[in-house]
Design a protein around this ligand. Structure first.
Ligand code: ASP
Length: 439
């Protein structure tokens, strides 16, 4: 058995959190590779070290005095070092950061130092070798990951080290300068390391015990999802249920390595397993329910639409011409509905409507706003009779008016459109009928 353990910012926010992470690594000798984030928030109003570093860069780029900010960042690390009673100093590292910020400041370099410094501390604390991703993770000219070179160099370095700390979030750009992933990108590093080391499990340690069946801001104490497939996860993440960076999926998925989301503050919890496929029967018919407010539906009607060749293309062209992507497209015999994001659509609304008229000569175009979409997701739905009926009767009982229904042919999900004001009631009703009543 071998594992990669990636720790998020809240898991390494101070000495106390570091100690928990250290205990977790030491508790299982198969946790060979550790990928730390930068120190995150210690309390809700706190500032993440990455954000402090980005502010530092801004000051430096504008030629302002940044010493106070740099001292505040150093204080965050010194507190961790002292709290862990480590016999190391980051004075040289900070002198180097100060030099670069004075002489040739650039944003990615500044942002990456949060992970770099935390990696140094973590390596000393665990007494693990340190691998700098600058030497091991490479980007192409366009800024995408150079997976071929990365895999080649990184897997060799990891194999030679046997066990190591590899900071998250950055690597080396084609121009030889440091380059970071997008925000939250340490998840991606963890996945790349897991893939290169060919471990059995990619553990992603954070501050929740995995994915929840519903949003805890809407449903009180929702249950945790035990196992979710990558495809189900994609459906739920699309609706905003985010715990993991989306780009973190590919490297491990392509190697068949499962991701285990774990809680640093409750290591006894098993967390959520994200897998390619599974024979495990889920406990509930649905794996999860998630949704988003703020959609618009553009309803296009035209008699005999079904027999007019090219009608749909002309309508979609009106959206394309205005650079609007559409989210869903349920259709009837003489009607077609295009669902778009309100924010993307609002400013261009009249231009789109006139383009639809010009291109496809419909009988009418109507717009409905304040629409919320809810995705009920579950691999078990395919083999269960009456799932849709249960959803609809639960919503009817809760006095929610359904405005739209869309079921993809994968039968992995049913998307329901309701009015924004009914959003929370609808989610609770669906959760209750599938989960609360089955507990
Ligand atoms: N520290 C970076 C951020 O705040 C990357 C990460 O934590 O994954 O976005």
């Amino acid at each position: 058995m071998s594992k990669v353990a990636k720790f998020g910012g809240s898991s390494l926010a101070d000495a106390n959190q570091f100690r928990k992470a250290g205990d977790i690594v030491r508790a299982d000798s198969s946790r060979l590779f550790v990928v730390p984030s930068a120190p995150g928030k210690r309390f809700p109003k706190d500032t993440k070290v990455t954000d402090m570093l980005l502010a530092l860069y801004k000051s430096a780029a504008e030629g302002e005095d940044f010493d106070e900010l740099l001292a505040a960042i150093k204080a965050r690390y010194d507190e961790i070092i002292t709290g862990l009673q480590l016999d190391i100093s980051l004075d040289d590292e900070f002198a180097e950061i100060r030099r670069v910020m004075k002489e040739e400041p650039y944003e990615d370099y500044a942002a990456s130092r949060g992970e770099y410094l935390n990696g140094r501390i973590m390596a000393a604390y665990l007494d693990f070798p340190f691998i700098d991703p600058y030497e091991a993770i490479f980007f192409n000219e366009e800024g995408t990951l150079n997976s071929y070179k990365t895999e080649k160099v990184l897997s060799k370095l990891l194999a030679e080290a046997g066990h190591a700390v590899i900071p998250g979030f950055y690597g080396q750009g084609k121009d030889g300068r440091i380059k970071t992933f997008s925000r939250g990108g340490s998840d991606i590093t963890g996945s790349i390391v897991a893939s290169a080391a060919k471990v059995d499990t990619y553990e992603n340690w954070t501050d929740v015990s995995g994915f929840l069946v519903a949003d805890p801001r809407v449903v009180k104490d929702p249950v945790t999802i035990h196992t979710i497939t990558y495809r189900e996860l994609r459906e739920l993440s699309y609706m905003g249920a985010a715990v993991l960076h989306e780009d973190a999926i590919f490297p491990v998925r392509s190697k068949g390595i499962p991701i285990n989301i774990r809680n640093t503050n409750k290591p006894e919890d098993e967390g959520t397993w994200i897998v390619e496929s599974t024979a495990k029967k889920p406990k509930f018919t649905i794996t999860g329910v998630a949704g988003k407010k703020g959609f618009c539906a553009v309803l296009i009607s035209k008699a005999m639409m079904n027999s007019e060749i090219g009608f749909g293309r002309k309508v979609l062209e009106a959206f394309e011409e205005n650079h609007i992507s559409f989210e869903h497209m349920p259709s009837g015999i003489d009607t077609m509905t295009i669902v778009v994001h309100e924010t993307e659509f609002m400013d261009k609304e009249q231009r789109v409507v006139s383009a639809i008229h010009r291109m496809s000569q419909p009988d009418s175009v109507e717009i409905e706003s304040d629409l919320a979409l809810i995705a009920v997701v579950g691999r078990a739905m395919r083999s269960m009779r009456g799932t849709a009926a249960r959803i609809f009767s639960a919503l009817a009982h809760a006095h929610v008016n359904i405005r739209m229904i869309d079921q993809g042919s994968s039968e992995l999900n049913i998307i329901i459109g309701v009015e924004n004001k009914d959003f929370e009631t609808a989610i609770r009703a669906i959760y209750d009928i599938f989960v609360t009543t089955q507990l």
